[in-house]
Design a protein around this ligand. Structure first.
Ligand code: FMN
Length: 217
């Protein structure tokens, strides 16, 4: 089982979001392959809306580290997104990465995956940030195991909660847990994209083919 932690704080190893995410990982058995990335270590440019990745899957003219990170996301069964609250949102680096992943949204590439959100903040406010992580998971097709947040420093109670959330993530993956309410939301997003993909079939050739191959049309 592969778990990918994508952490977007420029404080990297010292980041409270990252430290809290590390608590989430703490209970994992050694058979779980964990990879952690700090977005600050990579070159991440903004999406130019050229739609190249819709015509030819994962094809992007920008020469930076994003495609490599997106491939890692595709290969993980569970993804933990950790971000500090920046003006009640994820950081710009996380958003830039997600903007570059619109193919995942078009083709629901996270179907079968589970996502966890981890947020650090100065005020304790986390709702808009965690809601957005949950939204991103659903629009890409993943179910959301849950989220956790903390102001610095992380206390013992919060650390225990984080470990429980990590255990839940592993169980969800092992049991292929179905959250009926979430599946309804994911199906709604998919239904919407069915019409978009059909409308753009002559242009987004490979994404259209992806849908056809799966019998979704
Ligand atoms: C640009 C910027 C915007 C921020 N906006 C908020 C905010 O809206 N609400 C909040 O509670 N904290 C805000 N903070 C504070 C950080 O979320 C807080 O210091 C957090 O603990 C940093 O986490 P880290 O150690 O993981 O980087 C902001 C910090 C920065 C740099």
């Amino acid at each position: 089982m592969r778990i990918l932690l994508v952490s977007s704080s420029p404080h990297k190893e010292k980041s409270h979001a990252f430290l809290l995410a590390k608590e989430v990982l703490k209970g994992f058995l050694s058979s779980v392959k964990i990879e952690a990335l700090h977005l600050s270590d990579f070159k991440i440019e903004f999406c130019r809306h050229c739609e190249s990745c819709h015509r030819k899957i994962m094809d992007c003219p920008i020469n930076d580290d994003v495609c490599m990170i997106l491939e890692k996301m595709l290969h993980a069964e569970g993804i933990i997104f950790a971000s500090p609250n920046y003006i009640n949102q994820i950081t710009a680096s996380m958003k830039a990465l997600w903007d570059r992943s619109s193919h995942f949204i078009h083709c629901k590439r996270f179907l079968g995956k589970y996502v966890v959100g981890v947020v650090s903040s100065g005020s304790g406010q986390d709702k808009t940030v965690l809601d957005y992580i949950r939204y991103y998971a659903h629009t890409c097709g993943a179910q959301y195991t849950g989220g956790i947040s903390s102001r610095a420093p992380i206390n013992k109670k919060k650390a225990e909660k984080a470990i429980n959330l990590g255990n839940k993530l592993i169980l969800n993956i092992q049991e292929k847990k179905v959250f009926p309410e979430q599946i309804k939301v994911i199906k709604g997003f998919k239904e919407y994209f069915k019409s978009v993909i059909q409308m753009r079939k002559d242009d987004w050739v490979e994404e259209y083919q992806y849908w056809l191959n799966r019998g979704w049309l």
